[in-house]
Design a protein around this ligand. Structure first.
Ligand code: HEM
Length: 348
């Protein structure tokens, strides 16, 4: 018992140290300037190819487009006022962008066979918001601001509009020219086990703490019933629903999910508030996605859940740090494969 108590205290102390270190490092930005998780530069460097190595910085547009953050902020406020559900959709869009080929706006390319046209991307929303911001920035600072930077800052502003965390966004990403439908499957879809999620995040240079913290985005927004159908009946071939679902919650979900295209809230108690209820719900068997609920029971992730569920300040601080980590996933490639797109839907 004594040993267990000591281990728990040690863990919390380590966790807090990690957090305070991360916050300090974040203030010094960039926290992780470039996460080279997907492509090893060595494999692509050749004497004839110029490799583009991004240097992200908060002052990147200081001379070339000083109004960039103001324009994005004003447009986000406008769209949020029109439809506040778009804030969650923009945060998710940013994740789907960064999880494939790094944050290079590959998710925005809109052509046959692109990530955006994949089955896995069918419920992504908010593209019109980014198009609108881009059009305004092309008027104010032509050819300067990448779509990847716009999406990253828009996700930050979306979080702020929801009364969530705030952080400084390092800029300087370039837009990619490649977007492949089959790569959209690299983004977790909600039916994976924890080992798969940990590996998936690890391949992006993101930690287990990032996984638990960024999953906290599910404190807002919604999901189609398609993503949870497997939990409601004959779970894993047992002939019964998922036993980690609260009985009353299961009943309500079954009632709401007559069609797989119906929507249900990701956070059953406070769906429109950016708070720690998402984590508290997991302790009550009220996580919507099986991947969310599994974070609570797996020993690799559950200690973080307990802390997040009780300490809102820690969640808010760490969310900012983990979002910077997510936004800093940039995969270096030949400079011929990157650009500042003129229209986010198409390569130049
Ligand atoms: C840990 C792995 C993750 C899994 C398995 C996952 C899965 C999902 C699924 C299945 C949905 C609903 C899709 C549908 O409409 O059916 C969803 C929605 C959402 N996800 Fe995740 N997600 C993950 C990580 C993230 C991350 C890292 C973020 C942001 C940083 C995020 C932000 C969101 C948001 C905000 C929504 C709601 C979108 C809306 O209301 O339009 N998710 N996610």
């Amino acid at each position: 018992m004594k040993k267990l108590c000591f281990a728990s205290i040690l863990f919390i102390v380590q966790f807090e140290l990690l957090l305070s270190f991360a916050s300090v490092a974040n203030a010094l930005i960039p926290l992780k300037p470039v996460v080279l998780g997907l492509v090893k530069p060595k494999t692509i460097v050749s004497k004839t190819t110029t490799i583009w190595l991004p240097r992200l910085s908060t002052s990147y547009y200081l001379k070339t487009c000083p109004v960039v953050e103001q324009v994005i902020q004003e447009k986000m406020a406008y769209w949020f006022h029109q439809d506040n559900s778009l804030a969650a959709s923009i945060i998710r869009l940013h994740f789907h962008d960064c999880a494939v080929r790094g944050c290079d706006a590959s998710i925005l390319l809109n052509h046959k066979g692109s990530e955006r046209r994949a089955h896995a991307s069918r419920t992504l929303r908010g593209f019109q918001v980014i198009d609108d911001i881009k059009a305004e920035l092309e008027r104010r600072c032509p050819r300067k601001v990448s779509c990847a930077d716009i999406l990253t800052a828009a996700a930050r502003d979306a979080t702020k509009l929801l009364n969530g965390s705030f952080w400084e966004v390092p800029f300087g990403r370039k837009d990619g020219r490649i977007s492949l439908s089959k790569e959209a499957d690299m983004v977790p879809q909600g039916r994976e086990n924890i080992t798969t999620l940990i590996h998936s995040f690890d391949s992006l240079g993101l930690s287990i703490l990032d996984l638990v913290t960024l999953s906290g985005s599910h404190t807002i927004g919604r999901s189609t019933c398609y993503s949870i159908q497997h939990r409601l009946a004959n779970y894993q071939g047992t002939g019964k629903p998922d036993p980690t679902l609260d009985a009353k919650y299961l009943k309500n979900l079954t009632r709401s999910c007559k069609w797989s295209s119906n929507y249900v809230n990701l956070d059953v108690t406070t769906p429109k508030t950016f708070d720690i209820e998402y984590y508290s719900n997991l302790g009550k068997k009220k996580g919507l996605l099986s991947t969310d609920q599994a974070l609570y029971s797996d020993p690799r992730t559950s200690p973080f859940i307990s802390v997040m569920a009780t300490q809102p300040d820690l969640f808010f601080n760490q969310f900012a740090v983990s979002m910077v980590n997510l936004g800093n996933i940039v995969v270096p490639g030949p400079s011929s494969e990157t650009e500042v797109r003129l229209n986010c839907n198409y390569a130049n």
